[in-house]
Design a protein. Structure first.
Length: 148
């Protein structure tokens, strides 16, 4: 019996996958629990269309992330912070501040969770910050921290 999985089933497959299972397993376990539905010709066609749509969406997001990377990769962003004498800052530069500055300068919304600061920036100088844009696509931005 062919079924289309409606949920991720351990040791069987992921949601949306069309698999062959024993008749009893499908009718007595998967179908009553709502884990799968019988794979008719129409359902298989719908599943294929959903899969294609999902692949196209993934490709669009990847292309947008690549374009954004080309736009901001290697850029230098300036941050002015209060200092307490010398080069030591009051507080530290945070991911949220970097996201806000990128929004102002490049007009892009980047989630602060995707900005990776290797160590706490607590003094003036130039630092490299990594931004995860998409799976496998990462941009690096130079952060120039100065005193106000």
């Amino acid at each position: 019996m062919k079924v289309i999985l409606l949920e991720n089933v351990p040791k069987l497959g992921e949601k949306g996958k069309i698999i062959e299972v024993a008749d009893g397993y499908g009718r007595n376990y998967l179908l009553p629990r709502g884990l799968a539905e019988e794979a008719t010709a129409m359902k298989m066609k719908e599943s294929k269309e959903k899969e294609d749509k999902k692949a196209r969406q993934h490709d669009r997001e990847q292309a947008a992330a690549q374009a954004l990377k080309e736009r901001i990769d290697g850029a230098t962003v300036k941050v002015a912070m209060k200092t307490g004498g010398g080069d030591k800052l009051y507080g530290a530069v945070t991911n949220a501040q970097v996201a806000e500055i990128l929004q102002k300068e490049f007009k892009v919304n980047i989630d602060k969770k995707k900005i990776e600061i290797p160590e706490a920036i607590k003094h003036t100088g130039e630092f490299t910050v990594k931004i995860k844009l998409f799976t496998g696509i990462q941009a690096e931005v130079k952060l120039n921290v100065t005193s106000e």
